[in-house]
Design a protein around this ligand. Sequence first.
Ligand code: ZN
Length: 285
Amino acid sequence: MTTDPSVADEVVSYQRRGAVGVVTMNRPEYRNAQNSAMTYALDAAFAAAVDDDEVRVIVLAGAGKHFSAGHDIGSPGRDTEVSFDRKAALWWDHVGKPGGDQRYAREMEVYLGMCRRWREIPKPTVAMVQGACVAGGLMLAWVCDLIVAADDAFFADPVVRMGIPGVEYFAHPWVLGPRAAKEVLFTGDRFDASRAREWGMVNRVVARGELESETFALAERVAEMPRFGLALAKRAVNQSEDLMGMRSGMDSAFGLHHFAHAHNAEVAEDPLAGMNARSMKSAGS
Ligand code: ZN
């Protein structure tokens, strides 16, 4: 693995457009399903954007028709048994560890840990969302400060079908409100961009053909503000969310999430309860 996203990694691309750093998930053939190669490449691209003094705002995008269909639970590039060069050492390497040790170590690093760090990136981030934004895809949109959604965007967290109480970055009650969070989790159904707007989860809904121009217009507007002021304002809001219980709530939900994985492994020898990408997709989500 290289940590220089400009020379790397086809699974994520990074470019700068004026004051905007653009990080793009680039596995469109798998609806930008996130394998570990992708999450580590995202990590490297975000670091490059933070370290570039010319970059004031970061846009997170997905190549192709879909933002991200979630974590990779079935593509040929699934790499759950691979070690990566861990920069932040959020947890020890998961490979070769027994039982829950392996699962907890991996998910603490590449799912909860990375998402939490990305939420704290000291520059404003804008998610540019089209098509599917499902399960792990929601996590990536939610860590961004602003979300602009195309009118063809759809959202869902269907993992209760696996007996799991929501994705690892459990922001649902804070970004949707408790009532909507329960509906989303209890049904696993899709909700569209206008519903997401109604619930306060997205900032703007725009025509699909105008997604890019509208997102960059917003990013460039934010980029005119003083950099340090933006960083402090972001921190003030994030700290307020945490004072509303988000961080400790996520810790508690992460325990339940791993209890569910362990339960599934114990009764069915499969932490995903026999579900795979195909069955999750066809389950009506
Ligand atoms: Zn999990």
